[in-house]
Design a protein around this ligand. Structure first.
Ligand code: I22
Ligand code: G3H
Length: 915
């Protein structure tokens, strides 16, 4: 018989405080049962972290689990833990049977993140109990104040409970009563009370670790009570445990207990946890030797087990010298060691240290899951200058401690400004494919096949996502071509009109609010052109909007409802992105599967450093805070359209209160000498694409460079999700509400006022003409002012209210490169009114000191709008003027240049490039 086996004879059960797959597989537990009389096992998050977090023992099991279906980090961990716990339960089953349920238990702890949540702990206890499905399982629930009612209810539900993290007599008494209450509740309901087991895990060595440290510090500081204090070293934890046991003896002698005992219930045994000796000055079997007594359990870590087997001492120590123990506690009190304070703090620290262990464990599982997924997951590589890397590392550490992953998914507004941010997180569910009805989309896709064209009418969040999907993935075979109209430009509208037969086209009118000016005008225009036949119109809008009313009265074929808790720029994985995608024959299910994969990677259980979205958000936010607030987007040709979606997400979410990340899209890359230190570059490509020729030099010059690589084009949906999370998190780092857009509203109001005034007067209120040159009219300035416009600007913008086509894009690009190379400032460009619903927010509300060249022109062919005096050309001009006014009011530098002829843009290009 081993010395450990002798403990059983002394009334104490020996449990192993460890779980490890290799050990279980090699029969290690069965050996301990046979040779040492072991009768139980405990596990905790730290134990699993040690077992699973390093090495490859669990890789095969993880692969087997994830092969069935992708799963969250928490579910993946649970599958591994449950398999081990079941194996241990099965090894101990003969013991459990032989002892008729009095022992033979294995403990599995509820998530440490729930230690302070009653309902969630109880829910998880029930879930784990059902999942492990073994009678000799014990669910561990922390004996915190919120944990105690969960313990009572779990017992009442017939679940075996190991109460963990007990340090004080006070907390122990509360959980002992909770145990009785749980049993009494069952008895009152006439349910069986036999066969339910519980232990109360009283932690030992951690108490000495803290008290001894206090003692040492006071002695070192020359305390007058030094010798009394010294006498208490290594005494307090054992004394505390002895008093707990004395109270237990009183409890089981009480009438209340005896009543229950008469019904055949088992006592809740005290279990000594944290029995490994931490101070090398003490004998390594100190706690195991000192706490031996009837009806107790000692859960012992492997090393202490070896030591006890070798030289432990078996005796009835627990009930010996109880008065001396009382004296130790009294002395500790007298000497101000504040045991109550220490034990209260130990609960807090214990909860945190198990949560920290879970963070490390979940981080390791997340990395293993990512490795398992391989190229099913788009990759991101970041090369950051050392100081930025240091700031990002610190942010990831802090955000892990502050539980940002969980708080994001829980909708905790205090992650941002504490306003209503929590009400704007419906996109997280949409990223998991939960907002759309795939069957309804399939029906739409079938119906759409009879049309050669589908035209989407919408702005910003309602157009940019669909456009990216349409341009990157193209229409499916036999499906209609997608045209996106997010403009009031008569030329642009006419171009689409030339490409389609309006009477044989499916129109999707898409507006979340259902009251945005542009889609409303476009809807009216095309409804007329389509012969006022609503059967080939579809509406995508939030419930109850004006658009919904129109769609109903005009008998639209379908109305798809958005989720009011999703803002426009976050809506791509909701009906706003998926309806147009389905109509143009895109494989929506594949997009959703990709989005879900990334949403899982960015889940609440993926700690920041292993969470691709939060990692990126930390980089973007810290880069912003370090003055690198120009996110410069570089793409391969295939992914070029992604930039306009990312622009809106970034600018509208972060550009406010004078702060913000300014996205720089479609600005050709230059040499290091062409830039200031305000840039962060991100390149998007597909596997096999070469690095942009100039990127390496920029990286070498010390600019932060991020490279995102997709395996295939549908993985673009992963980037939607990664960047949505990242920008939300960057908002938290910057300290703004990423879900409002106060300044977009301002421009909308200004434009409406100008258009309404025009409807009454037939006149647009134009600013004063400053000068004319060739076919250019310069308002509020002259050609000389144009030459100096961008000097010293925070960044330079070209905002063009002209048709968005390749020739105009090239002309604008020419101006940008010239300005960037001359001033070293970042340049942005936007076609109006499209950018008003996107980057316009940051231009007005974001960083100050920017300079904008606003271009308007006389349309060669204007288009009338049904029931309006204003034409599309007039509305477009009003939008330019309205926005220029708001930009000026916000303190930005603005010059408006009007082209008297459509083709006068080249004259402006010459002036700007010559400056
Ligand atoms: O299951 C239990 C207690 O019920 C144990 O695993 C308990 O968590 C451990 O004994 C302690 O966490 C170990 O404590 P320590 O050695 O880290 O101080
Ligand atoms: O991004 C949002 C745009 O301003 C369009 O808004 P909407 O979808 O309510 O029409």
């Amino acid at each position: 018989m081993s010395k450990l086996a002798d403990l059983a004879a002394a009334g104490q059960a020996v449990w192993l405080d460890n779980v490890d797959r290799n050990f279980l597989k090699a029969g290690g537990l069965r050996k301990l049962i046979a040779e040492d009389g072991l009768t139980g096992v405990t596990s905790n998050p730290a134990i699993f972290e040690k077992a699973i977090g390093s090495g490859d023992a669990y890789d095969a099991g993880l692969g087997e689990f994830l092969t069935k279906a992708d799963a969250s980090v928490a579910d993946t961990f649970e599958s591994l833990a449950i398999a081990d716990i079941r194996a241990a339960c099965d090894d101990l089953r003969p013991v459990y049977d032989r002892l008729e349920g009095k022992d033979g238990y294995v403990s599995l702890e509820v998530s440490p993140y729930l230690a302070l949540e009653t309902e969630a702990s109880l829910f998880e206890a029930k879930k784990l109990w059902a999942a492990v499905d073994r009678p000799n399982l014990m669910i561990k629930i922390p004996g915190t104040a919120p944990g105690t009612p969960a313990i009572r209810d779990a017992i009442a539900a017939g679940i075996n409970v190991n109460v963990t993290l007990l340090f004080s007599l006070h907390a122990y008494k509360a959980v002992a009563h909770a145990y009785l209450e749980g049993l009494e509740a069952r008895a009152a309901r006439g349910e069986a009370v036999t066969g339910i087991a519980s232990v109360a895990s009283f932690f030992v060595s951690r108490i000495d670790s803290v008290i001894d440290k206090k003692i040492d510090e006071r002695i070192a500081a020359g305390d007058k009570d030094a010798s009394d204090l010294k006498a208490l070293r290594g005494q307090v934890a054992i004394a505390n445990a002895k008093l707990a046991y004395a109270w237990y003896q009183d409890l089981i002698a009480s009438d209340r207990w005896q009543n229950l005992a008469a019904k055949g219930v088992m006592p809740q045994r005290l279990l000594w946890a944290s029995t490994g000796v931490k101070d090398k000055a003490y004998p390594d079997t100190l706690y195991a030797d000192a706490l031996i007594g009837p009806d107790t359990v000692d859960t012992i870590p492997p090393a202490t087990m070896d030591a006890f087997r070798d030289h432990g001492t078996v005796g009835q120590t627990l009930t010996a010298e109880v008065d001396a123990a009382r004296q130790v506690i009294a002395d500790a009190e007298r000497l101000g060691l504040d045991l109550a304070g220490v034990t209260a703090q130990l609960v807090v620290d214990g909860v945190k240290s198990f949560a920290d262990a879970a963070d490390t464990l979940y981080g390791a599982v997340a990395a293993k899951r990512a490795a398992f997924l391989g190229n099913k997951l788009a990759t991101l590589e970041a090369h950051l200058p050392a100081d930025l890397q240091t700031a990002v590392d610190a942010r990831l550490k802090q955000s892990t401690a502050d539980a940002w992953s969980r708080r994001l998914w829980a909708g905790d507004a205090t992650l941002w400004t504490g306003k209503d941010e929590g009400k704007w997180l419906g996109w997280l569910a949409a990223a998991r494919g939960e907002q759309v009805d795939l069957a309804a989309l399939e029906t739409l896709a079938d119906e759409a096949r009879k049309y050669p064209d589908v035209v989407l009418l919408g702005m910003g969040g309602s157009s940019l996502g669909p456009e990216v999907i349409g341009l990157i993935l193209g229409s499916g075979r036999g499906a209609p071509r997608l045209h996106v109209l997010d403009t009031t430009d008569p030329g642009q509208i006419a171009t689409v009109e030339g490409e389609i037969d309006a009477k044989n086209t499916l129109f999707i009118v898409s507006s979340k609010s259902g009251s945005t000016l542009e889609p409303e005008l476009l809807r009216a225009y095309w409804f007329d052109k389509a012969g006022q036949d609503g059967t080939h119109f579809v509406a995508v809008t939030d419930p109850g909007s004006n658009l919904e009313k129109t769609a109903k009265s005009d008998s639209y074929a379908h109305i798809f409802h958005g989720d009011p808790s999703i803002g426009g720029r976050y809506s791509v994985m909701s009906v706003f992105g998926m309806v147009p995608a389905a109509a143009s024959g895109v494989d929506v299910a594949a997009l959703i599967a990709n989005a879900r994969t990334m949403a899982t990677s960015c889940g609440p259980d993926a700690p920041p450093a292993a969470n691709p979205g939060i990692q990126l958000g930390a980089i973007l936010g810290e880069a912003h805070n370090a003055g690198r607030n120009k996110l410069t987007i570089v793409t391969s040709d295939a992914l070029k359209p992604f930039g306009s979606w990312l622009e809106q997400l970034t600018a509208e979410s972060t550009g406010k209160l004078g702060k913000g990340i300014v996205p720089i899209d479609l600005e050709p890359l230059g040499d290091p000498a062409d830039y200031s230190a305000d840039r962060i570059f991100v390149q998007f490509g597909v596997a096999g694409d070469a690095d942009h020729a100039k990127l390496a030099a920029l990286q070498a010059a010390g600019h932060p460079v991020i490279r995102v690589t997709l395996t295939d084009l549908p993985q673009i949906a992963q980037e939607f999700v990664r960047w949505e999370v990242a920008i939300a998190i960057a908002g938290a780092v910057i300290g703004i509400d990423p879900f409002d857009q106060p300044d977009v509203e301002a421009a909308k109001i200004e434009t409406r006022e100008l258009v309404d005034a025009y409807e009454k007067s037939g006149q647009l209120d134009l600013p004063a003409v400053g000068g004319e040159q060739g076919d250019l009219v310069v308002y509020d300035g002259d050609a000389a002012a144009l030459g100096k416009l961008f000097d010293g600007a925070e960044y330079a913008g070209v905002l063009a209210y002209i048709e968005r086509d390749a020739a105009h894009e090239a002309a604008i690009e020419k101006m940008r490169v010239a300005v960037r190379n001359r001033t070293k400032r970042a340049t942005v460009a936007g076609f109006g009114p499209r950018f008003l619903h996107s980057t316009g927010q940051a231009y007005k509300g974001g960083p100050k000191g920017a300079a904008f060249l606003v271009i308007t022109r006389e349309p060669s062919h204007d288009l009338t709008i049904p029931d309006r005096r204003a034409s599309f050309g007039t509305v477009e001009r009003a939008q330019a003027l309205g926005d220029a006014k708001v930009l000026t009011d916000r303190g930005q530098r603005v010059l408006i240049v009007h082209l008297k002829r459509e083709d006068a843009l080249s004259q402006l290009v010459d002036l700007v490039t010559a400056a």
